[in-house]
Design a protein around this ligand. Structure first.
Ligand code: UDP
Length: 158
């Protein structure tokens, strides 16, 4: 059985406000074989949003993105699966909404993305990002310990 990898995901504020869409995305997570390791609902503070999106500080969409992400609660997840980082990004679909229509209409963003900013979900793009992003929103979660102690148990129950 293949080893499990952790990824970090966010369901963005416009989805959290729509219970049926939220439920559909949760179902997509589970039917795509992700295990929910941790979850919490929390509204980004301005400081958190600025830190989280610091690499986009000079982009044209930065202010719009920070304003949107602080506009209400998001759902935060630590998810586990084999190849979780790649598989979650595949399930999300492309960042740009126009692209989703051609490349992945059945993806989460293809179905529920409203714009390039309100594109429904976030997913870490590398193990380093997972570490940074989990550290920000689940500060007590010990990733190294999870891989050593918990991953084998999760895998045994697959
Ligand atoms: N974003 C945006 N407008 C754009 C491109 C990106 O608002 O034209 C936002 C979008 O919400 C995205 C985030 O910036 O989720 C981070 O962008 P990235 O290129 O890292 O995309 P992702 O990894 O989320 O697909």
């Amino acid at each position: 059985m293949r080893p499990l990898q952790l990824t970090f995901a966010i369901i963005k504020p416009h989805v959290v406000k729509q219970p049926l869409v939220l439920e559909t995305i949760r179902d997509m997570i589970l039917t795509s074989n992700f295990k929910v390791v941790k979850t919490r609902r929390h509204a980004f503070t301005l400081k958190e949003a600025e830190l989280f999106y610091e690499e986009h500080r000079n982009k044209f969409f930065y202010n719009r993105l920070v304003t949107f992400m602080t506009s209400g609660p998001s759902d935060f997840y630590i998810l586990a699966r084999d190849d979780a980082i790649k598989e979650w990004r595949k399930l999300m679909g492309p960042t740009k909404v126009f692209k989703t229509q051609f490349e992945a209409p059945d993806s989460i963003r293809g179905q529920f993305g409203l714009s390039d900013t309100r594109n429904a979900t976030h997913g870490s793009d590398s193990p380093e990002s997972v570490r940074k992003e989990v550290g920000l929103f689940f500060p007590h979660f010990d990733i190294e310990n999870w891989y050593q102690e918990e991953e084998p148990k999760f895998r045994a129950n697959q």
